[in-house]
Design a binder for this molecule. Structure first.
Ligand SMILES: NC(=O)c1ccc[n+]([C@@H]2O[C@H](COP(=O)([O-])OP(=O)(O)OC[C@H]3O[C@@H](n4cnc5c(N)ncnc54)[C@H](O)[C@@H]3O)[C@@H](O)[C@H]2O)c1
Length: 393
């Protein structure tokens, strides 16, 4: 009556090694919650911090044995690749300028990689990493976590089925403005890497927050951005990188849109939302109210589509774990990305085709797309002119 699950057929949990995500990180705790949600994986090794004491303390809290607690990810790679019970997957959660080198090294050893966004810090690194993924037998996924929300997946389905007609206009934004990003600290040495030009680049806002708005727009519409006109500015005093970006963009198949990325939208909390307008109506989703998707049609009252109710498409149903009225939220959206990726890893381990599990998971090509946009946006701002994205054939 109940066929065995993928996990039962695999016979063990997937072994994860973490790079970054230590007690000194912002995103580590979210990953630890998300990766456990469906019981598909255990953390068995880690090089979790650039600081040795924090790396040890972070791994000890997860009961990672001392001989699998590493102070350098290169040691983790050397030792884990030679263990019969070595890690199946490495999760890369360092600052973006390190993603490409770490991911490439593990991929070349045949170890699957789940990588934080943005894919990396430069378009050149992104192109190289895309080539490394193509050349590897290992799988690669990118944690653009908002694509895991059921109502985001539903929006994608509804656009594809033609509910709002031909897509014409796209308005995406991740405009944050909490005290942690709004102002520079008094002492320059306290400045986060996000705001250091030497680490994150002058256009870091395009990768750090802009990548989410861009990824969400491409995910929901199914269309790539092809050209951009950018206005970038620095609002916070003493800040050395841009902290606000207005991008006017053109998409494949003729749609146009605006993507707003900001650290200085004072008073905004997270500030992520997307509106897509077609010939016959529009869809609107806000991450701070993620259970609902609004459908608006000319001359009619707005319809609130609610997670877990009605007849959602298969993608939204599969991402729904709880009944309507019991909010799922950010961690479960993140967990859905883990479930997709770990299911693909298990399928591959069983000699089966992993493709169906990866169909909605952001890919290296999606990450590359964001870095191409960032590159073209900087060029556009500097030239004061529209710039096409340098896509490969
Ligand atoms: N998906 C999301 O919603 C989301 C949210 C926040 C951050 N992020 C992304 O996650 C990544 C990390 O961001 P963060 O805010 O956690 O940064 P952070 O600075 O708070 O944490 C970085 C972590 O990496 C570790 N680290 C740095 N260099 C290392 C090295 N060489 N080896 C091992 N560990 C190393 C640090 O010690 C720390 O634990 C970034 O790419 C960021 O854009 C994603």
């Amino acid at each position: 009556m109940f066929p065995p699950s993928l996990l039962q057929r695999f016979g063990r949990r997937v072994r994860l090694g973490l790079v970054g995500g230590g007690l000194d990180s912002v995103i580590g705790q979210t990953h630890l919650l998300a990766l456990r949600a469906d019981g598909l994986a255990d953390v068995t090794a880690g090089a979790m911090s650039v600081d040795p004491e924090t790396a040890s303390a972070s791994a000890a809290r997860l009961l990672v044995p001392q001989d699998r607690t590493y102070l350098d990810w290169r040691d983790m790679l050397d030792r884990e690749r030679n263990r019969p019970d070595g890690v199946d997957v490495v999760v890369v959660m360092t600052p973006p300028h390190l993603h490409a080198e770490i991911a490439e090294a593990f991929l070349s050893a045949g170890i699957h990689v789940l990588c934080e966004k943005p894919l990396c810090a430069t378009a050149a690194d992104a192109r190289r990493l895309a080539d490394a993924v193509a050349a590897s037998t290992a799988l690669f996924g990118l944690t653009h976590c908002y694509t895991g929300y059921p109502m985001v997946r539903e929006a994608r389905t509804l656009v594809r089925t033609g509910l709002i007609g031909r897509v014409r206009l796209v308005e995406g934004q991740l405009a944050a403005g909490d005290p942690g990003v709004l102002r520079e600290p008094d002492a320059p040495e306290d400045r986060h890497w996000r705001f250091r030009q030497a680490i994150a680049g002058k256009g870091a806002v395009l990768g750090e927050v802009g990548s989410h708005a861009h990824n969400l727009a491409e995910f929901v519409t199914g269309r790539r951005v092809t050209e951009v006109y950018a206005h970038l500015s620095t609002v916070a005093e003493r800040r050395e990188v841009y902290d606000n970006a207005y991008l006017t963009v053109g998409f494949e198949e003729g749609a146009v849109g605006r993507l707003w990325s900001s650290f200085v939208a004072a008073g905004n909390e997270h500030g992520l939302e997307l509106r897509v307008f077609g010939d016959d109506g529009s869809l609107h989703w806000r991450q701070e109210d993620p259970e609902y998707l609004w459908l608006r049609r000319p001359g009619a009252s707005a319809t609130r589509l609610s997670r877990g109710t009605g007849e959602p498409g298969a993608a939204a149903r599969a991402a729904t774990r709880l009944r309507a009225g019991h909010p799922e939220g950010y961690v479960m959206a993140f967990a859905t990305l883990y479930r997709d990726f770990l299911s693909a890893v298990i399928a591959a381990g069983l000699g089966e085709d992993p493709a169906e599990h990866l169909s909605l998971l952001p890919s290296v090509e999606d990450g590359l797309s964001t870095l191409l946009l960032a590159e073209a946006a900087l060029a556009s701002h500097n030239a004061g002119a529209v710039r096409p994205l340098a896509r490969r054939g």
